[in-house]
Design a protein around this ligand. Structure first.
Ligand SMILES: [Zn+2]
Length: 311
């Protein structure tokens, strides 16, 4: 089955731990990725320690690593900048790799950076991490943080023009609603869960899930234990419950995967690493979902969104 996950932090893990993808000791390794047809968004996450003057530098370092990995493993990995690229890579027996940036700090306040990152292969931008930046305010700022700034608005408009995917994970609520109002294209919450099942500010309210889904958007279920259960004692069943809840509230076209592997410290029991992602298929079958719905959740919905937005 085709598997497409919207968010992993493996680039950060590989740089910080000086590991290669082949012998990575985190949640994702090369052999676990290439188990079958699939695609993956690799996030270049801008850690707050790089905010003061080094955000773009750090982002370029991670993008460079992404391209080095693709060069080193051309036999099994391929760059994808569109849905067509993904399908083509898979038909050649290669796993499709897409590039994302997590944190608008990387732009350092310039639309020119956004356009250059797009030329370097970036196809998705998570507008904020947890704090305020030049674009908007992250969830820790709360509603008082306000919505999109004038620059944030320009970024969303330019992303629409460039055919890039706008990601609202980490954004506060006013920012979320502003993006929905402004963006002409469907948006994603690449790694967020439903607040009704786990009341965490990183998760989405039913109203947000419905609004995002109504506009053709997709939500990637995050495997972070703190976003799955208030007591953090999460298992793969909680991930299945999140998927079921998103389908119930937003419909079968909005649920997807956004594991956050290598960006989270604790993983749910039964989903310890990327190699276990495909076990969700059997669990969803046992819940009674049809093969068509399971295919959508495991990757079809995200692929559809890429076809719509990336062109
Ligand atoms: Zn994140």
């Amino acid at each position: 089955m085709f598997v497409f996950d919207a968010h992993i932090d493996t680039l950060m893990r590989l740089i910080d731990c000086r590991e290669t993808l082949e012998d990575a000791q985190g949640h994702v390794s090369l052999s676990q990725l290439v188990q079958g047809r699939g695609a993956q968004f690799f996030a270049a996450f801008v850690d707050p320690k790089y905010y003061h003057g080094l955000a773009m530098h750090r982002t370029v370092e991670m993008i460079d690593l992404f391209w080095q990995i693709l060069d080193d493993h051309r036999d099994v990995l391929a760059f994808a900048g569109s849905a067509k690229d993904i399908t083509e890579a898979n038909s050649q027996g290669r796993f499709a790799c897409l590039l994302a940036i997590e944190g608008g700090e990387a732009l350092e306040g310039k639309l020119s950076s956004l356009r250059m990152f797009h030329r370097l292969g970036v196809r998705l931008l998570t507008l904020t991490w947890n704090f305020r930046n030049q674009l908007a305010a992250g969830q820790t700022e709360g509603p008082e943080g306000g919505g999109l700034s004038r620059f944030g608005l320009q970024v969303v408009e330019e992303m629409n023009r460039l055919k890039m995917i706008v990601d609202v994970s980490h954004l506060n609520e006013p920012g979320f609603w502003d993006v929905l109002k402004v963006s002409r294209d469907p948006i994603v919450a690449s790694h967020s869960n439903a607040r009704a099942l786990c009341d965490h500010p990183r998760n989405l309210s039913d109203e947000q899930i419905r609004a995002l889904a109504d506009r053709g958007g997709v939500i990637g279920v995050n495997f972070c234990c703190a976003f799955l259960r208030p007591d953090y004692q999460a298992s793969v069943e909680d991930v299945v419950d999140q998927i079921a809840y998103l389908i119930k509230v937003g419909g079968e076209d909005c649920a997807a995967l956004g594991s956050d592997f290598d960006g989270i410290t604790e993983t749910p029991a039964g989903l310890e690493n990327y190699g276990k992602i495909r076990s969700l298929v059997g669990l969803l079958e046992r819940k009674g979902y049809s093969e068509a719905v399971i295919e959508k959740v495991m990757g079809g919905n995200l692929l559809r969104l890429c076809a719509q937005v990336l062109g």
